[in-house]
Ligand binder design. Structure first.
Ligand SMILES: *Cc1c(COP(=O)(O)O)cnc(C)c1O
Length: 466
């Protein structure tokens, strides 16, 4: 068998930097063999929505570099506060020590998040925030004499990250399959599936009859359940599966009735993505935990938080000897630079009225997609919530039969769009748009034109008549 690295670097079209990358770097979410045909782009700088490579090309970042960017790359204000902070205090141990950026950020997060969330626990990525919420809920039960409540309920097609605990509550076959023997036993309920609604309802007008299945699971198993975890309004990684706020309202009512914590995983949708600062607001729910990351630093630095209630906090608050403390720490917990940048993100949000901007941009995105794709013969559904727009391509629009995943339609469209200057990253055969909020009208038109052309090119190459 040919040595993998050798076959990668014998491709003589590689630049020196690409060759050096492939010698030692193992990229995430990638089959490295694909890089033989499609080596990594070497990005040298970025500005606004644009990424610039070392060969003089630029790419519009339609996915906000994995959903983290809000106000554009190399944002001046964020870069300035970061540099300033780096010159005075970059990081300090967070046990027994603190700093103003963390204090200020915590105060502001408590003011912004839904009622009842009062205590902020820091970490440095979304998966860890999920782990923390799960562990806090679990330990809370142990310390309040509810020793039977040890299990979690999560939904079909959920994605909560890829560490083992986060994977255990996730349900995306691609990421989960091989690790199943390592995972804990989560109760899996059928989540909303609005495009293929088994009740034949419409997303905008339904009363979420699909909650019944969840209710049955909760009734049957509530004595063992400590928490339900959900991605509010959009199950992002499994394909931008969107559902209405009424589902969350009903879920919250069930959780309250049966004394089950509700964990809102807003890692992807927090900070304006859905058109409100937090997705939970649209259902006016008060979760027991909210997990935030991705957009929190506007794409500058890794940071995450879990915000929870005084009730949860109080169950850990006791004399040292009772050993009730919550022991979970990361070396970079509460990193000063990240906190300072996050604080500036919140300031920009307020100063520049970003909620209005996002709502206006969302209308523009909707109109732009519909104008181009409305008669596209493989358009199963266009769905949108705020600044997330998704096109689900299907083999048959009447039966909604999906394309087989091994056709890799999304990947083929991704490659064609990249050649034309747009970074899309379709999920299976779902093309989605999640650009930075600052995208201009011309840039949005360019993004959508390229997405449309790349999609048409691909289907024409397959012999479709369009
Ligand atoms: C991305 C994501 C995570 C994991 O965050 P990482 O920072 O990638 O670990 C968790 N939950 C949701 C909903 C996400 O989209």
């Amino acid at each position: 068998m040919k040595h993998s690295t050798t076959s990668l670097i014998t491709n003589n079209t590689l630049t020196t930097l690409q060759e050096r990358d492939l010698r030692h770097i193992w990229h995430p979410c990638s089959q490295m063999k694909d890089y033989e045909q499609f080596p990594p782009k070497v990005i040298q700088k970025a500005q606004g929505v644009w990424l610039y490579d070392d060969a003089g090309n630029r790419y519009l970042d339609a996915v906000s570099s994995w959903w983290v960017n809000l106000f554009g790359h190399a944002n001046e204000r964020l870069a300035n506060v970061l540099a300033e902070q780096a010159h005075s205090l970059e990081h300090v141990i967070f046990a027994n020590f603190t700093h103003e950026p963390a204090i200020e950020l915590a105060e502001r997060l408590v003011r912004m998040t839904p009622e009842g969330l009062e205590k902020v626990f820091f970490a440095d990525n979304g998966s860890s925030a999920v782990e923390i919420a799960l562990k806090m809920s679990f330990q809370y039960r142990a310390q309040t004499g509810q020793t039977r409540k040890t299990r979690f309920l999560a939904f079909t097609n959920a994605y909560h990250g890829e560490t083992i605990g986060a994977l255990s509550v996730s349900n995306v076959e691609l990421y989960n399959k091989v690790f199943r023997p390592l995972m804990f036993d989560t109760i899996r309920s059928q989540g909303p599936d609005c495009y293929r609604c088994p009740f034949g309802k419409q997303r905008d007008t339904c009363e979420a009859p699909c909650i019944q299945a969840v209710e049955q699971d909760i009734i049957a198993q509530h004595e063992e359940l400590t928490a339900v975890i959900i991605e509010p309004l959009i199950q992002c990684a499994s394909g931008m599966n969107m559902y209405p706020p009424v589902f969350l309202e009903k879920l919250e009512a069930l959780c309250k009735q049966y004394d089950i914590h509700l964990i809102a995983d807003e890692v992807a949708v927090g900070f304006g993505r859905t058109g409100t600062v937090f997705a939970c607001e649209q259902a006016a729910i008060q979760p027991d935990f909210i997990c935030l990351s991705k957009g929190i630093t506007g794409g500058f630095l890794p940071l995450s938080v879990v915000v929870t209630t005084n009730e949860v906090y109080d169950a850990f608050y006791d004399d040292y000897q009772t050993l009730k403390a919550f022991l979970h720490s990361h070396s970079y917990t509460g990193n000063t630079l990240a906190c300072r940048v996050a604080q500036e993100v919140l300031t920009i949000f307020e100063d520049e009225h970003y909620i209005e901007i996002v709502q206006q941009q969302a209308r523009r995105l909707r109109e732009g997609v519909i104008k181009r794709f409305k008669d596209f013969p493989y358009l199963g559904e266009f769905r949108q919530t705020g600044m997330v727009g998704a096109i689900e391509l299907v083999k048959n629009t009447r039966t909604k039969e999906p394309f087989a995943s091994d056709e890799r339609i999304g990947y083929e469209i991704y490659k064609r769009a990249l050649e034309k200057g747009v970074l899309l990253r379709p999920l299976g055969s779902i093309i989605y748009f999640m650009p930075p909020y600052i995208i201009s009208e011309d840039e949005m038109n360019f993004m959508l034109d390229v997405a449309y052309e790349a999609t048409c090119d691909y289907f024409k190459e397959r012999g479709a008549s369009l």
